[in-house]
Design a protein around this ligand. Sequence first.
Ligand code: PMV
Ligand code: MG
Length: 370
Amino acid sequence: MDAVAPSSVTEVKAPGKLYIAGEYAVVEPGYPAVLVAVDRYITVRVTPAVSDTGHITTDQNAGSRLEWYRQGSDMLIEPDQDQFSFVLAAVRTVEEAAVASGVPLQVFDLDITSELDDDSGRKFGLGSSAAVTVATVRALCAHYGLELSRMEQLKLALLASTEVQRSGSGGDVAASMFGGWIAYTSFDREWTRQQRGRRPLLELVKAQWPGLSVRRVSPPEHLRLLVGWTGSPASTSRLVGDVQSNKAVDAAWDYSTFLAESRECVGDFVAALDADDTAGVFAGIRRNRALLRSLGEHTGTTIETPTLRRLIESAEAHGGAAKTSGAGGGDCGIVLISRDADIDGLLAVWERADIRLLSLHQHLPDGEDD
Ligand code: PMV
Ligand code: MG
């Protein structure tokens, strides 16, 4: 990224994301998922402060309130309840890199605007915590003139978000950082946590991280991606927590077989995308749906809610391939469907079922990766 003279105004937009395949398995280090960045953004603007006091403002969370839930004896607070916790972690991480690079720190104002939730603050599940972390990391790296590659900035953003969030693969952070369609394999959180305490930050950011990889994949050119919103928000950390706590409760079912099959399914799906093989793309989506359904059944977790099931079955009835996106439990479902299919007919069914089509397109990656 280009170095920008300190004290100028810097504005960065980071896109939201959708999971296409590989969910839940990608939480385990080295397991793959496919994601797409979408053309709705969080914008972070950095301005030198006019006094010795900086401000952080956002157009979100007007009436903020905290929610928590119980997991065993733990009281878990939704990390994404507080967008500022991601912003502050991102600021601290980049500033540690700035100090290590000999760049003097400044006081600034950060102004955040979000298109990832709707005007009434309803969440679509498009990854606002990841996008605000990415936008803040990129804006401050530019503001301080730090010359870090996209991969190195991704590592800063992953370190920042790991401080706030206990679970999660980081696929959402990678999609927002890279844009477009990506295949992602997750880093080893435990390794990273240990290294963080032992090594200087810049050395860690330049090191190879076990499991972590990002590569661009070809979008399915002959297909349309439809995103249906169920109207009910879902908690990713809660769903991932439920799956993790219950992955061994059913003795007749094997979590490691699920992982192996998800890896194979996502590998074949990526190959089909790159070869523009529509039948292979459809088969990949359908197989991944089946894997996630059985994961849900054997761990007692509702991944495919009745509304998501209606969304998927109506899409299948109109010739598309569909599945839940991300953790499921609400939020969105995705459909890949031929541009010639009766999409209007499908949307009429969705309307009757109170499923809202989100007018999203893929976000095109902006330029170089380094
Ligand atoms: O529901 P989302 O879009 O936040 O996606 C979660 C995807 C999981 O694989 C279930 C968890 C993760 O962090 O990768
Ligand atoms: Mg979700």
